[in-house]
Structure formats: structure tokens, C-alpha cells
Design a protein around this ligand. Structure first.
Ligand SMILES: [Zn+2]
Length: 661
């Protein structure tokens, strides 16, 4: 019986799986979610309402490696207290729940599933293992990981469902999910949070985040609440972290011309996030490495990620690709609109500068033979994001602002809450502009290579870029050095410094923070006559400059090492403690510097390898301990633990390093 049953379902699955969307339309999902953080377990119930569009004898719900406790099916006209009680034949193959029933066309059904799961991915418990940690977090990442690891749902992004999550959790935590918080009630000593969505979305955009948070709320021009979450200890970091958020929101709503589609917009930083940010519908989750102080802002801020994830609320969430072939409709658009928002904040030069950076990356990809068509689902991120943005830039130049904006608006309105393909967009642009775009499509969408001639022609429309591109210090060293005391752009000056660092003079230090940073980075052999100027870099309000200058000064002037160490003592740096960790390493190897404190410094450095630290701090500490050849037993144990991190770059580093020990 068992054999027959599984044979039947396997056979059946393969006939139908690609086409379920033609048979059934899932409308709403109401989920009740609970957690056991000690066991890293999720348990809950989800109720699906759906309509059958074509009679069929089974349907499925994706559910990865779960324990399914109960499945019941109800239908219109059912007698509620009949002995039937919703029991239905179902089969679970550890991947999908198959519900076997003679489903009739045009009828509505309700399916309830009770389950529990120890999700291997897509939902992460962070910081619950360490008893000394003050609080843990729970957060999700659906894209690329499948929400069906923690919530029985439909992996196919072409089935959009209105998800309402109710989550029960300890009272001293904040629980955030898609949509609007409609109520929070006491539930057997815990809180039960009810979130409501009004519009449908693909399941990869379902999200929740739990942790200890405060929030700051602003309101957009159009009246949408912008909820910005932060850890209670980070109140001074709220302003630099979320700087320009409201401006970006108002700009994008105006520029796109279609109102933001969701009830509110929440941004939640989490620890050890797998990516920079993720555009879950109305609830962007981002890495807390972007929660920064105002000194960090100049080198490492959240503005681009902020604008990118917000742009996805239209391009990705409101309209969603039908398949990976059209991935640029999400990433190319998000990259391009983020750039437009940054142009609004930082000005035109910034916009062209970033486009130029993207072009450099695309040219390098071309030269390495790695370029593929934008419509190839296996393309690189460079292609999807950066070529995608370039395509929109060039298309807008070709058809003009008015037609471009009208086309984008029509495209979004026509396909809102649906799935889209490249032709849906191009068709709208052709209609709005009256142009035949088949030549453009061939050149920019279908061709693998990047048309650098046309790209540079476009870049040179910016006089800032024109000057920048014209600078060549190989041609005329002396004229070139003059740029540093001229009113040329920072970028031009930085280019000059990288080409002729040996020509730097004392007066060249009278430049902006970014130009001085380039001096710190390029002038690694410091001439005596510039020693005092170079030392002044240690006072700059940039952690990149301080880190670089400290190392180079220490390296160049051994007699002054204690002086430099005393000067930089107590500076932590970015969230990854770049300055402090370098400082500790230098303090340990500077023989005459505080010999009595060395054991304490070593302990501090090793302490940063423990799992309660952010993975970037740990990575830095491991790297310096590796350089010092000083990874002790505690360090090794922490390295072993790091090999299990879901952040692949970090776990890979740990595995490689462990092998060498
Ligand atoms: Zn994106």
C-alpha cells in the first residue's frame, strides 16, 4: 500500500507540477506561528482559501522536511458538524503535501495544515545558543531559500497569495511581519501579534523578524508610515543609518508615478544577515552592518541598499518575474531606480560616476569572457543588476523622459499584483514612444556583450565625466599634479593620486576627506618631508583613513610606533571594529609598547572570535590571528563553530583556515 501510494504520487506530481497554477488559484493564507527557540523549532497552522479553476483530482502545497500533524479540507456547502470533519486523503513526500480529492471547477475550498519544522534554511535562529547574550533574533530569508522550509506554501512565484501572519512570542520582544499590525493580545502569558496584508504576493516575499527593537516612525508625503527599527542601544545611530529615507521614499513614489502599494513600509536590521538587504513585501530586512554612526556614513552607508530594496516594492513585489529569464525586471530596475534616488540625494555627478563604475565592471566581465545575455537566467549578478541598470539608462535616453515614465507607469498599473515578462515592459515602451525597439532589444537585451562605445558616448554627456576621462598622467605629469590644487572633482583628484603618488606635496593635503583618504591609500612609502602632513590623517573623520594611516605610519616610522598607538587607542571603527582589531594586532607586535598589557590585548583579540560577535568582527579577528600565527584553542574552537555559519563566505574562510592549522 505504501509503495503504491508513493508511486502514485510521484507519477502524479510530475504530470501536474508545472501546471498547478492552471488548476487552482490560492487566494489567502492565514498562518498561526509559534516558536521553540531552545529547539530551534517552528510550529503552526496555516489555512488556505482557494478556488479550483479546472477540475482536478489532487493539489499540492510545498513543505520542506516538516512533520505534518494534520491536514483537513473543507468546501462550500459542507455540513460543519458532520462526521467528515475535513479529513482528507493526503500524502507527504517530505517535499510536498499532496491532497487527493475530486476538486470541482469553480468551487471554493479551505485547507488547513498543522505542522512543525526545524528549518534547515529560510528561517534562522540567531544568538540563542549563548546564555550570556542578552537577546536572540529570529528572521527569515525567502528568496533563493524557499519559505516552504518554515511555512507550508507555494514555491512557484506565479501564484500570488494574500498572507496574514499571526505570531506568538515572548512579551519583551518585538515581532514584525508583512503588512499592518492589527492587534497584539495577551496569549497565555505571551503576546500574539496579528499582521494583515490586503494585497497578494509571491511566497518568497513572506517574512518575519523577531528581536529587541525600538522604532522611529516618519510619514511619507503620501501618508504611508515609514517604520525604522533599531536596537535599543543604537538610538544615536538611527539618524545616520536611516538618513534620507523619507526623501528616497517620496522621490521614488513621484518618479515611478504609481502609489506605493502596501499599507506601510518597515525596515528591520538583523544580525548575521546573508545579504545586504531583502525586499520582503512592506518589510525590508537588512544586515545590521549598515547600522552606523555618523563617522561611518562617509565610507559605508545604507543609502544605496535602502533605495534598492524600496524600489523592489514596485519592481519585484508589485510586479514579479514569471521566471529567471526576466530577472532583470527586478534587479535591473531596482538598481536603476536606486541610482535615480541617489542622484536626487547626491547630485548628477554621483549618478554618472556610479554608471561609470558599473560600466567598468561590465567591461571587465566582457574581457574575462564571462558575459551572457540579460535574458539568460544563469547570468551573473553583474549582468542582472548593472547591465540591467545600463539598459534602462540607455532606453530612457533613446525614447525620452516622457515616454519612458509613461511606459513604466502603464506597465505597473496593467500588471500590478501579477507576474511579468520582458515583453510586457518593452511593449509599453514601444506604445508610449511610438518607436520600434527590436534593434534596441537585440543590442542591449539579447547580445551578451556590453556596448562600451555607446556607453561612453552617453557618459561624456556629463562634463564631470568628460574631464575625468580626459585625465592621463602618463601624458603630462606636471600638468596632472596641478589638478590637486585646482577645483577639479574629487574623483579626478583621486585618479591623479593613484597615478602619481610620488608627486604629492604638502599642499595637496589641503583637500577633502575623500581625497585625503586616497592619499592615505596610495602613499604607502611616506617621504620624511610629508610625515607631519601624513600624521594629520589620523585625525580625519573616516575609519578607512584612520585604519590605513595608522598602519602605514606604524610601518614607515618604527621609532614613533608608541606615539601612533597612543593616538589611535580607543577608536573602534566600523561595526567590524576595523581600527580596534588592527590596533590590537599592532600593539601585540610592538615590542616596547605596554608589555604588561599584552596578555589583556591578546585576550581581547581572541574574544572577538566568539559567536556572540557579529560575523564581520569575527572574520577580522581570525584574519589578524592568522597573520600573527596566534590562533589558540579557544580560537580554534570558535573557528570550528564558524564553519557552520549560513554566511557562505565566512564559513568558507573558516574551513580554509582550519585546514592550514
Ligand atoms: Zn535586489
Amino acid at each position: 500500500m505504501k509503495f503504491f501510494f508513493s508511486f502514485f504520487s510521484v507519477f502524479f506530481c510530475c504530470l501536474l507540477s508545472a501546471q498547478q497554477t492552471g488548476y487552482v488559484d490560492f487566494k489567502t493564507a492565514k498562518a498561526n506561528i509559534n516558536f521553540d527557540t531552545d529547539q530551534k523549532k517552528v510550529f503552526g497552522t496555516v489555512i488556505y482559501d482557494f478556488k479550483i479553476t479546472k477540475s482536478v483530482d489532487s493539489i499540492f502545497i510545498d513543505a520542506k522536511s516538516m512533520r505534518i500533524r494534520d491536514v483537513r479540507l473543507y468546501y462550500d456547502g459542507m455540513v460543519p458538524d458532520s462526521h467528515y470533519m475535513g479529513k482528507v486523503v493526503h500524502n507527504y513526500d517530505n517535499n510536498r503535501i499532496w491532497v487527493i480529492y475530486n476538486f470541482e471547477k469553480k468551487k471554493d475550498y479551505k485547507l488547513t495544515i498543522s505542522y512543525f519544522s526545524n528549518p534547515a534554511k529560510a528561517l534562522y535562529f540567531v544568538g540563542w545558543d549563548n546564555p550570556s547574550a542578552s537577546s536572540g533574533q529570529v528572521w527569515t530569508q525567502g528568496q533563493g531559500k524557499y519559505t516552504s522550509n518554515w511555512l507550508p506554501s507555494i514555491d512557484d512565484m506565479n501564484d500570488k497569495i494574500e498572507f496574514d501572519l499571526s505570531i506568538t512570542f515572548d512579551k519583551d520582544y518585538e515581532v514584525i511581519a508583512n503588512g499592518k499590525l492589527v492587534s497584539k493580545e495577551d496569549y497565555f502569558g505571551k503576546n500574539k501579534w496579528h499582521y494583515d496584508m490586503q494585497n497578494p504576493m509571491s511566497s518568497y516575499l513572506v517574512a518575519l523578524a523577531i528581536g529587541k527593537y525600538n522604532k522611529k516612525i516618519e510619514t511619507s508625503k503620501s501618508g504611508i508610515p515609514l517604520e525604522m527599527y533599531y536596537y535599543p542601544e543604537d538610538s544615536l545611530r538611527v539618524e545616520p543609518t536611516y538618513r534620507y529615507s523619507k526623501q528616497i521614499f517620496d522621490f521614488l513614489e513621484e518618479e515611478i508615478g504609481v502609489p506605493y502599494a502596501w499599507q506601510n513600509y518597515k525596515q528591520i536590521p538583523v544580525k548575521d544577515f546573508l545579504y545586504a538587504g531583502m525586499e520582503n513585501t512592506s518589510a525590508t530586512i537588512f544586515s545590521d552592518t549598515y547600522v552606523i554612526d555618523s563617522i561611518s556614513f562617509v565610507d559605508k552607508n545604507y543609502v544605496n541598499v535602502n533605495a534598492h530594496e524600496l524600489a523592489h516594492q514596485w519592481f519585484g513585489d508589485l510586479v514579479t518575474e514569471t521566471s529567471g529569464t526576466h530577472h532583470w525586471l527586478q534587479e535591473g530596475f531596482a538598481t536603476y531606480y536606486a541610482l535615480l534616488a541617489e542622484k536626487d540625494v547626491f547630485g548628477d555627478d554621483y549618478y554618472y560616476w556610479e554608471l561609470y563604475q558599473y560600466a567598468q565592471e561590465l567591461i571587465a566581465q566582457d574581457e574575462s569572457g564571462g558575459s551572457t545575455s540579460l535574458l539568460n537566467p544563469k547570468s551573473s549578478s553583474t549582468t542582472f543588476y548593472k547591465k540591467g541598470a545600463w539598459v534602462l539608462h540607455m532606453l530612457r535616453e533613446q525614447v525620452g523622459d516622457k515616454a519612458f515614465k509613461e511606459a513604466v507607469k502603464n506597465y505597473l498599473v496593467k500588471h500590478q499584483f501579477e507576474n511579468v515578462e520582458t515583453n510586457d515592459f518593452i511593449g509599453k515602451v514601444e506604445k508610449a514612444s511610438g518607436q520600434d525597439l527590436s534593434g534596441f532589444e537585440k543590442e542591449w537585451l539579447e547580445s551578451a556583450s556590453f556596448n562600451r562605445e555607446k556607453a561612453f558616448e552617453s557618459l561624456k554627456k556629463s562634463s564631470f565625466m568628460k574631464t575625468y576621462l580626459a585625465v592621463d598622467c602618463q601624458e603630462d605629469v606636471y600638468k596632472c599634479a596641478d589638478y590637486l590644487t585646482s577645483s577639479a572633482s574629487e574623483e579626478t583628484k583621486i585618479k591623479v593620486i593613484s597615478q602619481i603618488p610620488e608627486q604629492l606635496k604638502s599642499v595637496d593635503f589641503n583637500n577633502s576627506l575623500k581625497v585625503r583618504q586616497a592619499i592615505a591609500q596610495n602613499l604607502t612609502k611616506i617621504p620624511l618631508k610629508l610625515k607631519a602632513d601624513y600624521e594629520s590623517l589620523l585625525d580625519d573623520q573616516s575609519y578607512v583613513t584612520i585604519e590605513t594611516a595608522l598602519y602605514n605610519l606604524w610601518n614607515n616610522f618604527s621609532e614613533d610606533r608608541p606615539k601612533y598607538l597612543n593616538k589611535a587607542k580607543g577608536i573602534e571603527g566600523f561595526n567590524d571594529k576595523n581600527v580596534r582589531i588592527l590596533w590590537l594586532a599592532l600593539a601585540l607586535i610592538t615590542e616596547d609598547f605596554e608589555p604588561d598589557n599584552k596578555p589583556q590585548y591578546f585576550e581581547e583579540l581572541t574574544g572577538y572570535t566568539y559567536p556572540d560577535n557579529h560575523f564581520e568582527i569575527r572574520l577580522n579577528a581570525f584574519q589578524y590571528l592568522k597573520l600573527l600565527n596566534a590562533c589558540n584553542d579557544a580560537c580554534k574552537e570558535n573557528l570550528e563553530q564558524a564553519t557552520k555559519s549560513p554566511i557562505w563566505q565566512f564559513s568558507k574562510f573558516a574551513k580554509d583556515y582550519l585546514k592550514t592549522l
